[in-house]
Design a protein around this ligand. Structure first.
Ligand code: NAP
Length: 316
């Protein structure tokens, strides 16, 4: 073994709720886990503001505070938490061989993948500026803050329609803004949407800019400027929040051809389990879940992955 190679029992890739929960369980089971945090330490929750639907926090908690707690709890039981990313994996031989971006080699008896997914960005500067302050990618997480207000959802797939239907129950009005003149979403979802009185469709439009006010750290959205994709005409809508729902991209690029993936790029796991197509490699959280995508479900599957990894280690 070269000096840049180390051998460990359990490697966890990713530091969202799934990765840290797997770490807490794996560390308590004495698997001495190493957790590589990835490009966005703390994961998607660090770019939301208040989390009010994670059980155990009756007053809510900010996304960054809850992830700091996850981190501390995993560290408390001895998880070796490291900055950086994994850039290469070889699951053809055991122990599994992984390379960090810095060029170090890790040989691991078992691997838990919790690299998550990333909500796609529309591609305009102002959505980044107001992210967490009027721009969100999760109605279930942030919809509550827009009770009685006017919001827009961007997109035309099942996620956009689902988000719009969820928000319609809370908000005074929901605009669904789509770049074409027909939705991609399933017909049954479309029927529900078109029968929801406080949803208004804005067809053939793309966001040009999200506008609002800014005073120091305090920012809020008060409108959106749209460009008609056919006439190029610009219009402004007054509203309080914008939900982007143009799809998620699973962070699975390095696992292509190494594990079985769904056609949409998410890692395939066995039903009711976190087992992937390679014995000894487990996947938890959003990287294998394109249905629920909640912090609490991710954490639950992280727990499952650690328990399954522990059982697997008893068999080798
Ligand atoms: P999706 O089906 O890929 O739809 C993305 C939507 O965003 C499309 O309408 C697309 O427009 C639009 N879009 C993409 N890039 C855009 C951009 N830069 N600017 C503006 N609009 C843009 O993604 P999804 O809705 O997240 O669904 C992903 C998968 O999960 C699908 O298979 C879906 O059926 C499934 N899903 C199922 C359920 C359910 O069954 N309850 C719920 C959620 C998701 P175009 O239509 O013009 O391409």
């Amino acid at each position: 073994m070269s000096e840049n190679t180390e051998k460990i029992k359990c490697l966890i890739i990713g530091s969202g709720p799934a990765g840290y929960t797997a770490a807490i369980y794996a560390a308590r089971a004495d698997l001495k886990p190493v957790l590589i945090q990835g490009m966005q330490p703390g994961g998607q929750l660090t770019i939301t503001t208040e989390i009010e639907n994670y059980p155990g926090f009756p007053e809510g908690i900010t996304g960054s505070a809850i992830m700091e707690n996850f981190h501390k709890q995993a560290a408390r039981f001895g998880t070796d938490i490291r900055w950086g990313s994994i850039s290469e994996v070889d699951f053809t031989k055991k122990p599994f061989k992984l390379k960090t971006e810095e060029g170090n080699e890790i040989l691991a008896d078992t691997v838990i993948i919790a690299t998550g997914a990333t909500a796609k960005w529309i591609g305009i500067e102002s959505e980044v500026k107001f992210s967490g302050y009027g721009v969100s990618a999760c109605a279930t997480c942030d919809g509550f803050f827009y009770k009685g207000k006017v919001v827009a959802v961007i997109g035309g797939g099942d996620t956009a329609v689902e988000e719009a239907l969820y928000l319609a129950k809370l908000c005074k009005k929901v605009y669904l803004i789509h770049r074409r003149s027909e939705l991609r979403a399933s017909k049954i979802m479309q029927n529900k949407l078109f029968n929801t009185p406080n949803v208004e469709m804005i067809w053939n439009n793309l966001p040009k800019e999200i506008v609002g006010t800014e005073s120091g750290f305090i920012k809020s959205v008060n409108g959106i400027i749209l460009t008609n994709t056919i006439t190029a005409e610009e219009t402004k809508l007054d509203l309080d929040g914008v939900f982007r729902a143009i799809g998620h991209k699973p962070n699975s690029d390095i696992f292509k051809d190494k594990l079985e993936l769904h056609p949409n790029g998410y890692i395939k796991t066995q039903p009711g389990s976190t087992k992937t197509s390679v014995n000894g490699v487990f996947a938890a959280g959003d990287i294998q879940d394109f249905h629920f995508r909640q912090a609490v479900t991710a954490a639950g599957s992280g727990c499952m992955a650690a328990i399954e990894a522990e059982r697997y280690l008893c068999t080798i």
